[in-house]
Design a protein around this ligand. Sequence first.
Ligand SMILES: C[S@@+](CC[C@H](N)C(=O)[O-])C[C@H]1O[C@@H](n2cnc3c(N)ncnc32)[C@H](O)[C@@H]1O
Length: 242
Amino acid sequence: MVDKALGTGGRKSDKDLKIRVKSAKGRKVSSTKWLERQLNDPYVARARAEGYRSRAAFKIREMDEKHKLFRKGMRIVDLGAAPGGWSQVAAKAIGSTSANPLIVGIDYLEMDPIPGVILLQKDFTEDDAPAMLIEAMGGKKVDLVMSDMAWPTTGHRPTDHLRIVQLIEIAADFAIDVLAPNGTFVAKVFQGGTEHELLHMLKRHFKTTVHAKPPSSRQDSAEAYLIAKGFKDKVEAEETED
Ligand SMILES: C[S@@+](CC[C@H](N)C(=O)[O-])C[C@H]1O[C@@H](n2cnc3c(N)ncnc32)[C@H](O)[C@@H]1O
């Protein structure tokens, strides 16, 4: 049940207009909180108004504004693409069209088609996933690998931590295999979650690595993004080896 809470005397302030959700029988407190947060989240409303499938669309838009990720005509792989907000933003930014799609997205969830994006429904951690992505890209090198993937959490922190690190490692290995010189890798990490070794490896392969927390990423979440730019060719990377 959804209530618009009114203050005393019938006067409405912004605070009063917050939508409160009464807990319903059978609904967990956490689900009620989630629903309340969704209903009061300005990015959820903006995403709907601007035709994006997810509020996540704003995260990549904000990162692009600050870190200049997109340029016309580039090729992109979107890992963990569903429901499709990042791909929608990217397709518009780079001018990808159904006649000449420049983006390949993958998710184990089914997705509605997005013009200019080739979608694969598949678990990215399966052995044949990288080859399928490369084939869908016509065997060509890629300019940006972006990953918003995260496993559903188990609630057991050490397990969740290991699982996310493993996912980022697989995404990073894939990026190193498929990126063209000067390419970019963007991946969801969790604050304090980018393992020292992984960061070290990325620093060897990319000219710059920074962590980003776009304004639309919820402040109370540990989510952050790693942006690695300027992919070095093999020789350059070997020269950086210490
Ligand atoms: C936060 S959502 C991505 C939102 C997306 N960037 C957008 O803008 O709509 C994370 C996605 O990663 C997907 N995912 C997680 N692990 C995956 C895996 N191993 N293979 C493929 N997709 C995966 C989930 O199914 C989920 O759809």
